[in-house]
Design a protein around this ligand. Structure first.
Ligand SMILES: [Zn+2]
Length: 233
């Protein structure tokens, strides 16, 4: 088997691989991904805070109703003409008044707690909003930079791809298929020489059986890294 063509193909492909790697490792791309994540987290947080705010609103309205009911009962007691009541009725009213006072005190404490919760919720809301805005701003800036970097290499990428497609026509389809599979896994180089009876990619030593197979067939798939090994003449 003539491996010079696949080696030529790989040599050209190495430039494409480098371009792709530089885009994968692009710092702005990493920021873009991170900021997308941050914005998503902030959004989820704000949904949760919104739900919490609705709960607090409900609690507040329940407490307010209870407060008004107790207040009204209290007013009714004060409106009564004590002189016209029997001793037992007065005693009963005094007890009721004490109970109502206690209830009102509890409700007032609840109000204070609810107000505290609302304040902390509000501050959490503002922090989340700021985090979201910051993420959006950083995202836009880095996205612009990354798009620019991508656009700069696009013509060369297309040129190489075209040339590769041409070269591919002269290569054994099984070899090119195996090559593309490894390449898609970002393994590079895919085609490596046998070096001191070892795979030129992962350095694992070949068995005697595989060495003789390689001698016969000229190429062999490494059992360890799945690269294509060829024997140098
Ligand atoms: Zn290997």
């Amino acid at each position: 088997m003539d491996i010079s063509k696949i080696l030529e193909y790989q040599k050209l492909d190495s430039e494409l691989f480098k371009i792709e790697k530089s885009l994968r490792d692009n710092e702005d791309k990493k920021i873009v991904n991170q900021m997308q994540q941050n914005a998503k987290i902030a959004q989820e947080r704000s949904f949760k805070l919104d739900e919490k705010a609705k709960e607090l609103e409900k609690e507040f309205s329940v407490a307010k109703n209870q407060y008004e009911i107790q207040r009204k009962k209290m007013d009714e007691i004060f409106a009564k003409d004590i002189d016209k009541l029997s001793k037992e009725e007065v005693e009963r009213l005094v007890k009721l008044k004490d109970k109502l006072s206690q209830n009102l005190a509890i409700l007032e404490r609840n109000f204070a707690k609810l107000a505290e919760s609302m304040n902390s919720l509000l501050s959490d809301f503002n922090k989340t909003k700021n985090a979201y805005q910051m993420a959006r701003e950083q995202y836009s800036k880095s996205k612009l930079n990354f798009d620019k970097a991508q656009n700069e290499v696009q013509p060369r990428k297309e040129e190489i791809s075209k040339q590769l497609a041409n070269l591919e026509k002269g290569i054994d389809s099984k070899i090119i298929e195996a090559y593309k599979k490894r390449r898609a896994e970002n393994i590079f180089p895919v085609v490596v020489p046998l070096t001191s009876n070892c795979c030129g990619g992962c350095r694992v030593e070949l068995s005697m059986a595989n060495l003789s197979k390689l001698k016969d067939e000229k190429v062999l798939t490494c059992e360890h890294c799945h690269r294509i090994i060829y024997a140098k003449d």
